[in-house]
Design a protein around this ligand. Structure first.
Ligand code: CAA
Length: 705
């Protein structure tokens, strides 16, 4: 049974028990409805207490069921909630752990809510492109006021027990035995009286809704769900309760069938699938990380040290040059102070985190005591090789040796040690203490233990780990190279950086490729291009506009100029006539007659290289599944989550259309547009990327070759 029913002196305790998070699917709702029905008919039952097993009240509606047919005989969540609403007997919620989405709505229909101190409640549906569809938008504003309800529903951020009690969502925080306490309350309550939230009024100050809407992303830029959440809460202020529920249902149904919701739900599951590695079972032993060492106190090293400290891991930052070390330390301190100033963390947190970071100039001294070393030195193979040779001498057996390289071959780096099984790539994204992605790169000899340790590390420091096999650029930067090259070709042919960036931003990225280059620093790419050209790498012609920009010392925001010009202390990009002259000269040098390029062409030529290279990345096994690529692009590069990542986007466009566009571009612009054999194969078998099982594309290639 997914709901356990237990009698305690006239009280029925109903415990949701459906691991892992007591999601409210067909089974739970069927059992719950039956137990409520039985208890309601029983004259010996005075009240109900709802609670959950598995350390959770409930994680909400079963998201896996969305879009699938619901058995006609099984009750749906709104019906079960309605039966509680209509019951003459009171219901009490005993919340220990999360009560999210439908789980929170189940608690809201109860007469009162009691929570353990560690509990969290919230309505996170907006993150799935939805709204709370089982009364949440009508009951929460009646309980806490429309303004507070809007904050919770539109942000989707759960609140802790203390805040929930302050707001009045939770009636009491219970530190001792929660269930005993709630049963006692239920027993002592007068029989036959109900305290229904629906009987209250939802009120808002004038202008509240307009002010919230003004801050939301536009509907077409991912804001659909947030706007509909606002509409639904607003309806609670002027419609009677029943009609408000009806309105909520209409808006929920609209969202459930929207592309934005499909894409966000895809990202939710892709994120959770990504940590499942076929040859690294969940039982794989994980190295215990009590102390880490970060080699390099530059921007990346500092950010990585902060990530570790934020996750509670003490770390030594090592930098041979004392001045560089002092600069790195000052930057870390400044960043934490800024977070405290903005109210993101408390002063006590700042001190605790700073206390976890130590600084030194001796690599062997710091690395010797570490269970994990993350190297974040200059992106040059020779420099990394010498660091890893030294780590091999200094580190204790079993320490995991990670490189924060963004493009280099992990096998080559591992070759500098006598322990290649312990060597792995952990590619952080800048700013490393903020960006959620951790691209974990396995070499040919990297052990399952090292991979499992890196995945566990990602979770511990609040990042999303995605595993890639080593190759030039791994998943993210390998695709980025194709995207950036095409953006540069567009500029050579007639567009300007601001045209390309405008189109990409309208698509939903926070910034276009040129503004992103300026933010990341153009010198990094310049160095990589020089290395590639020295190695005589083949492939399509490399556009040289970026080199012309770098040759003038324009490395992006950090030098006040890159593709754009920046005023002191301001990150706003201003188009710069100097760059336009460079671009015009470059087009002339190449003998290109510049032309007007429309937005549709810009978008197609920037997005399809991602899709095509993503498909090749699946074929050669660099990525395990299309969803992994989507997670990399959503969390590492700002691909709009409401479009689900490049591979999901291609599925939404239709692979036949993608294939035909690639063929047309190949005919017009050259062989670098040749469609990936995987796309051809999927089109032939009338499948989508979403139909591919883990590693299936790579297995297909192996069978063929
Ligand atoms: N439905 C189905 N499966 C769910 C789920 C849900 N609501 N919530 C979590 N899961 C699954 C995850 O997919 C994962 O499955 P696998 O182990 O097979 O990958 C498993 O539960 C554990 O999830 P996490 O890895 O995320 O575990 P966690 O401990 O880090 O976090 C959590 C737990 C806080 C509940 C988190 O999973 C979460 O935020 N879940 C989503 C909550 C949510 O959005 N609820 C609203 C649902 S929509 C709704 O309720 C609509 C409505 O109003 C009718």
């Amino acid at each position: 049974m997914s709901v356990k029913s237990e009698r305690r002196d006239g009280i029925v305790v109903l415990t949701l028990d459906y691991p892992p998070v007591n999601a409210l699917g067909v089974e739970v709702l069927t059992d719950l409805a039956a137990a409520i029905e039985a208890g309601s008919r029983d004259d010996g039952v005075h009240a109900f207490v709802l609670t959950g097993a598995n350390g959770a009240f409930s994680g909400g509606a079963d998201i896996r069921r969305f879009g699938k047919p619901w058995p006609p005989t099984a009750p749906m969540l709104p019906e079960v909630i309605e039966s509680i609403e209509r019951s003459e007997k009171p219901f009490y919620a005993a919340i220990d752990g999360v009560a999210l989405g439908g789980g929170c709505e189940l608690a809201l229909v109860c007469d009162a809510r009691y929570a353990s101190p560690r509990s969290r409640v919230g309505l996170p549906e907006v993150h799935l492109g939805l709204l709370p569809g089982a009364g949440g938008t009508q009951r929460l504003p009646r309980l806490v006021g429309a303004k507070a309800a809007l904050d919770i529903i539109v942000s989707g951020m759960p609140v802790g027990a203390a805040r929930a009690a302050e707001l009045g969502i939770v009636d009491e925080i219970v530190a001792g035995n929660l269930l005993d306490h709630v049963c006692r309350v239920a027993q002592e309550a007068p029989a036959g009286t109900r305290r229904r939230v629906s009987a209250r009024r939802s009120e808002a100050q004038p202008g509240v809704f307009a002010a919230v809407r003004a801050k939301l992303d536009p509907v077409e830029r991912g804001g659909l769900a947030a706007h509909r959440c606002t509409d639904a809460v607003e309806a609670s202020t002027w419609l009677p309760f029943e009609q408000g529920l009806h309105r909520e249902r209409e808006l929920f149904t609209e969202l459930l069938h929207s592309d934005q919701s499909r894409a966000r739900i895809h990202v939710f599951f892709a994120e959770r699938e990504a940590v499942k590695i076929p040859d690294v079972p969940a039982s794989t032993p994980v190295a215990r990380i009590d102390r880490a060492c970060v080699v390099g106190a530059g921007t990346m090293g500092g950010g990585i040290a902060m990530s570790l400290a934020n996750g509670g891991i003490p770390a030594d930052v090592v930098e041979a040059e004392p001045e560089a070390l002092a600069r790195g330390k000052a930057t870390i301190e400044r960043n934490y102070a800024a977070s405290a100033r903005k109210g993101r963390i408390s002063q006590a947190d700042v001190e605790a985190r700073l206390g976890r970071i130590a600084y030194g100039t001796s690599l062997s001294a710091a690395a010797g005591g570490a269970d994990l070393v993350i190297e974040a030195v200059f992106e040059e193979l020779d420099v990394k090789l010498s660091v890893f040779a030294e780590l091999d001498r200094a580190c204790k057996p079993g320490a995991v040796l990670a490189s924060n390289t963004s493009t280099l071959d992990i096998d080559a780096i591992a070759g500098a040690t006598a322990r290649p099984e312990d060597v792995i790539g952990t590619h952080f994204f800048s700013p490393a203490n903020v960006m959620r992605l951790l691209e974990i790169v396995r070499g040919a000899k990297t052990s399952a233990r090292s991979i499992a340790t890196a995945l566990a590390l990602a979770k511990r420091i609040g990042k999303i780990g995605v595993v890639a096999r080593t190759c030039d650029g791994f998943i993210g930067n390998r695709m980025l190279a194709h995207y950036a090259r095409e953006a540069a070709y567009l500029v050579e042919e007639g567009a300007l950086p601001q045209d390309v960036d405008r189109v990409i931003e309208a698509f939903g990225f926070p910034m276009g490729p040129f503004a992103m280059g300026d933010l990341a620093g153009l010198d990094v790419g310049w160095r990589i291009r020089k290395r590639r050209s020295a190695q005589g790498m083949t492939g399509p012609r490399v556009p040289e506009i970026a080199d012309r920009v770098c040759e003038r010392g324009r490395f992006g925001q950090k030098t006040g100029a890159g593709y754009y010009r920046y005023a002191d202390g301001d990150r706003t990009p201003h188009p710069d006539p100097e760059v336009e002259s460079l671009i015009f000269a470059e087009s002339a040098r190449l003998g290109i007659a510049r032309r007007t390029i429309d937005d549709a062409e810009i978008l197609e030529r920037c997005m399809l290289p991602l899709v095509n290279e993503g498909a090749n990345i699946l074929l050669d096994g660099t990525a395990i599944r299309p969803g992994d690529i989507d997670v990399v692009w959503v969390y590492g590069y700002g691909f709009p989550a409401f479009r689900g990542g490049p591979m999901h986007y291609a599925d939404m466009l239709g692979l036949m259309r993608v294939f035909e566009s690639l063929r047309a571009l190949e005919a017009r612009l050259g062989p670098h547009w040749h469609p990936s054999p995987l796309i051809e194969e999927l089109v032939a078998s009338k499948r989508r990327f979403a139909d591919l099982a883990a590693d299936e594309a790579a297995r297909l290639t192996m069978e063929v070759s």
